[in-house]
Design a protein around this ligand. Structure first.
Ligand SMILES: *Cc1c(COP(=O)(O)O)cnc(C)c1O
Length: 392
């Protein structure tokens, strides 16, 4: 027993160091990391460019507060605006804070420019938006919200992918639609491109804001800088985090000028958010991910992973019954009688780190720098586990 609150079901394993796609224990055991700290270590562990940025900034200045200008913030915001639909950026420290910022912006926008009675947000079954009371209400998932009543008011839920249900739910109080273009925790389900395009149309028709939660699926994970780019449409607000800090806590809320105009000085804030250290690392992550050719490589290795997983599906139909997700954000749906968490444990024993997701899905989230050979090595371990699981 230790003095930590018992909020996590941890396995009895601690790592001492990491290098690229590998993690090492103090006694020298090596693990191939297809969990990436839950989609956080986008550039793997100890990436030289990120280490250099951390050390260089660490020697100069860590924190000043948002009472002053922070050049690293201005630079990162400009780069994000140039690379996306957005004009304005707010920096927070985590995914849920980026989501919270977006939901507050939705309410403030309608309060300032439209109709203050419009505050309700349509969100989706199977979604995950983080662990604050607002985010729990947004997801509406009993698994996370049980015991935390009363729920924050103002969220309605529809089946993920059902546009008719969305249309039917829209009322005079509806302010926005909030969706993950690829659901992560809920089971690695990618929205159909037509569904995302349909949501954009519905929002335009009814004067609603469209907000994407790309905390997990953003920053190159699906092979585009942001996952919604596959659909050729843009949101009004987007929350991202995880990969953008490469392991340093960093959350970002992006918005168009029209919407962000609702935030005036004093309307929102954070003490730590956007500090010089976080900004140095965020900028260093972008140096790599936005470099010409980087996302092409992600797509090439993702295509290889895709092909190799389809082989697995053919070889082990009693273990794996489907492939979900996009790019390097993949989920293997486990067969009835196979438990995803048991497979995670089994794979860990073989030296491969993965994560469970909802709906009995095994998540594969390798660092974006993963090579074809490392994918092959993961597939070998998945095949070994599947062969054992079938025998059990
Ligand atoms: C992880 C996650 C969050 C919450 O991020 P935190 O950094 O844990 O607060 C929100 N939305 C999605 C889609 C996520 O995957």
């Amino acid at each position: 027993m230790n003095a930590l609150m018992q909020t996590y079901g941890r396995c009895d394993l601690a790592f001492e160091r990491g290098e690229g796609v590998y993690l090492f224990t103090a006694d020298g055991r090596r693990f191939l990391d297809f969990a990436s700290g839950i989609a956080v270590n986008a550039l793997g562990h100890s990436h030289p460019h990120l280490v250099e940025a951390l050390i260089e900034q660490g020697r100069k200045l860590w924190h000043t507060s948002n009472l002053y200008r922070i050049p690293g913030q201005e630079r990162l915001a400009e780069r994000l605006a140039a690379a996306t639909f957005a004009d304005k950026v707010f920096f927070a420290n985590s995914g849920v804070e980026a989501v919270e910022c977006g939901v507050k912006l939705i309410r403030k926008y309608h309060d300032d420019f439209g109709d203050p009675n419009r505050y309700r947000v349509i969100a989706f079954e199977g979604s995950f938006h983080g662990r604050t009371l607002t985010a729990l209400a947004a997801a509406g998932n009993e698994k996370y919200s049980k015991g935390y009543a009363p729920a924050v008011e103002g969220f309605d839920h529809c089946a993920f992918g059902n546009l008719n249900e969305v249309r039917a739910k829209i009322g005079p109080e509806t302010a926005a639609i909030l969706v993950e273009p690829v659901q992560g925790e809920g089971g690695m389900r990618a929205a159909e491109i037509e569904f995302l395009q349909g949501l954009r149309k519905v929002c335009d028709e009814f004067g609603l804001l469209l907000m994407f939660d790309e905390v997990q699926c953003g920053v190159g994970r699906t092979g585009r800088f942001f996952a919604h780019e596959w659909a050729g449409i843009a949101p009004d607000i987007l929350a991202t985090a995880k990969g953008i800090g490469g392991g340093f806590p960093l959350g970002v809320c992006l918005a168009t000028d029209r919407v962000a105009a609702a935030f005036q000085p004093g309307a929102h804030g954070t003490t730590f958010g956007g500090n010089p250290l976080a900004m140095a690392i965020g900028n260093a992550v972008l140096d790599v991910i936005l470099a010409p050719g980087f996302l092409d490589q992600v797509n090439a290795v993702a295509a290889h992973l895709d092909a190799r997983i389809h082989e697995l599906l053919r070889r082990f139909p009693a273990t794996f019954v489907g492939l979900r997700g996009k790019g390097l954000m993949r989920g293997l749906k486990c067969a009835d009688g196979i438990t995803n968490t048991d497979l995670v444990t089994q794979l860990r024993g073989l030296g491969l780190l993965t994560v469970a997701a909802g709906d009995n899905v095994l998540r594969l989230l390798p660092p974006l720098i993963v090579t074809h050979a490392e994918v092959d090595s993961a597939i070998d371990m998945l095949a070994a586990a599947a062969a054992e699981a079938k025998a059990a």
